[in-house]
Design a protein around this ligand. Structure first.
Ligand code: DHB
Length: 376
């Protein structure tokens, strides 16, 4: 996205990616795009497939204590979300860059960063057994939580904030029609569950599990009985079963690296911050980071000013901390913690009753969910 935004400003960039194009275009990730992300894709000319193949959702359900309660995002905030898989967004972005003859280097290894505190930093990497070097004005590390960029910021100027959660999400892809028109986030004594979708024929579902568990321990029958136990309703509504064709387990953590820049290096997305998946903020935060960076680079090349770039961490972190709080709050309200006392269980239930009964509380949830919560 950053490369595409820069191209629209006449600024050249080279994208260096350790994986292959096929790998990044097929890795299963989350699927919820906030209103701002949807609007941006349209503004930059990449919204057609999302509008045609994604599903616009104007609300979602919270399920707890044997009942379901709708959060009407559109009525509460005027905004909606689209369920459109992240790897489909990646296909659209890569397609646009390839057709503009951009330089995209896939499948590189042994990447290293040099001269970040000079005005001409460089990146060295190996492609097809050959060492290459790119000398540039700026390096943007969009290389995820395991990448090399973050560690290039000296620990003396960096502060890491982290929270680990004692559970993970078991995710499945299922060949079946949707169980429900909208997403269902369920709190249950057996643990959290989420019913999402991908297309009229493919559904995405998750349930809280032990992060150290293995997919081999979960037969299809065991998965369905767990989902039925956590999400089915007393009125006879049931999760629709189908052929499970993908299973995976992801761990959950909250993480922020502050600052997100050093010399001519800037971090964006998971390289700088991680959210637990509850609330689906990951891709939206990454998009927000690169929007801020694109503005900063525009100011630098058009006006010769560093002001926006110098304030990048400060600007981006406001939105990031809001999403960190929201994702932590949703996670804490909906999951079972092994050590939770009966008192803590009642706190979760009372909070859920409040956010579904009070328009003010529901609005607070909804504006965070659609990505329109105000920050100073
Ligand atoms: C999906 C993932 C999420 O983390 C979420 O909160 C909602 C939906 C998904 O993959 O569809």
């Amino acid at each position: 996205m950053l490369s595409h935004l820069l191209h629209m400003q006449g600024i050249d960039s080279v994208v260096i990616e350790s994986r292959t194009r096929e790998q990044i275009e097929s890795t299963i990730r989350a699927g919820v795009l906030e209103q701002g992300t949807m609007d941006l894709l349209h503004e930059v000319g990449l919204g057609q497939r999302m509008a045609a193949e994604g599903a616009l959702h104007t609300g979602f359900d919270l399920s707890f204590n044997g009942g379901r309660h709708r959060i009407d995002l559109k009525a509460l905030t005027g905004h909606s979300i689209t369920v459109y898989a992240q790897h489909e967004v990646i296909k659209d972005l890569v397609g646009a860059r390839v057709s503009a003859n951009a330089q995209l280097e896939f499948g590189v290894s042994d990447t290293s960063l040099h001269g970040l505190d000079t005005e001409s930093p460089s990146i060295r990497y190996v492609k097809n057994g050959e060492v290459r070097e790119i000398v540039c004005d700026f390096v943007v590390g969009c290389d995820g939580s395991q990448g090399i960029s973050r560690s290039a910021i000296p620990e003396s100027v960096r502060m890491d904030y982290q929270r680990l959660y004692p559970f993970g999400w078991f995710g499945i892809l299922v060949e079946a029609p949707p169980s429900s028109d909208e997403l269902i986030y369920a709190r249950h004594e057996r643990g959290f569950a989420l019913i999402s979708t991908r297309s009229p024929n493919v559904q995405r579902m998750y349930f809280q599990c032990d992060p150290k568990d293995s997919v081999e321990n979960w037969s299809d029958d065991r998965i369905w009985s767990e989902l039925h136990a956590r999400v089915d309703q007393a009125d006879g509504w049931k999760v629709t079963e189908g052929k499970i064709f993908q299973k995976n387990i992801v761990g959950m953590r909250s993480f922020v690296s502050s600052v997100m820049q050093h010399g001519r290096l800037y971090l964006a997305g998971d390289a700088a911050h991680i959210v637990p998946p509850t609330g689906a903020k990951g891709i939206n935060l990454a998009i927000n980071d690169v929007l801020i960076l694109a503005e900063g680079f525009k100011q630098f090349y058009r006006e010769g000013k560093n002001e926006s770039l110098d304030r990048y961490s400060e600007t981006a972190l406001k939105r990031i901390w809001r999403a960190e709080h929201f994702s932590w709050w949703m996670t804490s309200m909906l999951h079972q913690f092994d050590d939770a006392s009966p008192f803590q269980q009642q706190m979760q239930l009372s909070e859920l009753a409040y956010v579904t009964a009070s328009r003010a509380a529901a609005t607070a949830l909804a504006e965070n969910y659609v990505g329109k919560a105000a920050v100073h």
